[in-house]
Design a protein around this ligand. Sequence first.
Ligand code: UDX
Ligand code: ADP
Length: 461
Amino acid sequence: MKTEFKKNILCIGAGYVGGPTMAMIAYKCPQYKVTTVDINPVRIAEWNSDILPVYEPGLDEIVKDVRGKNLFFSTDIEKGIKESDIIFVSVNTPTKTFGVGAGMAADLQYWEKTARKILECSETPKIIVEKSTLPVKTALAMERILTLNNNKVHFDVLSNPEFLAEGTAVKDLENPDRVLVGSRQTESGLAAREELVEIYANWVPEERIVKSDIWSSELSKLVANAFLAQRISSINSISALCEKTDADIANVTRAIGFDSRIGSKFLNASIGFGGSCFKKDILNLVYLCRHYGLNEVADYWESVVKINDYQKGRFVFNMLTAMFNTLAEKKICLFGFAFKADTGDTRESPAIFIAKRLIEEKARLTITDPKALKNAKRDLHGVDGKVSYIEDPYEAAAGSHAIAIITEWNIYKELDFEKIYRSMIKPAFIFDGRNVINHKRLFEIGFNVFPTGKPALTHFE
Ligand code: UDX
Ligand code: ADP
């Protein structure tokens, strides 16, 4: 179909990655028509409504600016494929829950269905761009499916992993550290790579567009996430040691962060990392290593996930021991449920594990979060325990024995903790899983304060 647009770009999968990424391309490139499709009609209806399915600071403005002009959301996948020149694929690739590789390998069923759909509907040559994080050599599988038509239609498959982080997606997309584009080293692969580079060059400086072979590109995404997660597990393991030795994790991170080889970013000790990517990608890496017989390498990376699980368990254990070894019938208020601030996403959030463990201890839970309560209800659906969901943190904390800070939302730093203290059962406890509040001040108000990786401040002898 002829349009006034220079290129027709399609994205299959309107999730946390596909939606914001396509919004940014449409915003930066008015000359392209950008369509995002999804099998889920509710998701598409939400993208077309005033309340978008993904909360990201700055996203509403961008979407509202270009939607209906050169950005479209639709359920008509077939039409989208037919009309497109370039197809981004950002369907979900969760960890398998069944069969071989269950709990480790990526579940590629949505990915393969998409590949087959592209093959079935395509009438003209296309560039297919892997945006979802995938095991190395998935592009090869994609190529094999796409050549099942005996090359009647030509496809080039590229790897273009997404590095955006939730909560800062718009900023990361607008000003990325780098954009990575991997291709086959054939004439047609290299030409396809240049076409994709041309799209990003509309707003990303050329030196930040990194070109590579396709397998290195696929692997780099897994490795980038594994390295980031490894930093968190490293600092979290040291936080446990700090609590035993009266050292202060903040002083340790400051001291090591000054070393330019180490750097100061991504060293915040916490209750553990969450999010849809880190655990999934590390397990993916571990599975790949085992597949190739690299068991020592697999064990090394698997320990990053083990320390993360340990950190979450330790948090609950600390609560239990501090609160006289029983949480039964005690009211505990969770401040935050999202896996990090500025998102409503709760996938793999440490909050889920912590909430379930506290319920096992027969605690009564009140959960407050400015953006994630809907997802929290879904995550704890069917869990047999006393849980209430209250958006106002003051109301949520009233009458509780303890507060556990799970997400580092800015609003928690500015609360009137004197008022909160007055409304709580005494002795009042606060467990700061994010080290975001002023511990000394809270101690002076009367709280027994348990930070992460720092000495506890208690009023007990
Ligand atoms: C991550 C990567 O950062 C991003 O590049 C990739 O594309 C997707 O995965 P995301 O999961 O959205 O992004 O968020 P991120 O900011 O990386 O945080 C992940 C988890 O680590 C969160 O639970 C966060 O709270 C935790 N974290 C992060 C820490 O506990 N300490 C830190 O210092 C940093
Ligand atoms: P991510 O965080 O990687 O973006 P999401 O789960 O948020 O993952 O989004 C993936 C989207 O892909 C979902 O909205 C899902 O409905 C969609 N999806 C999955 N399979 C298909 C498919 N075969 N065709 C179109 N969309 C799909």
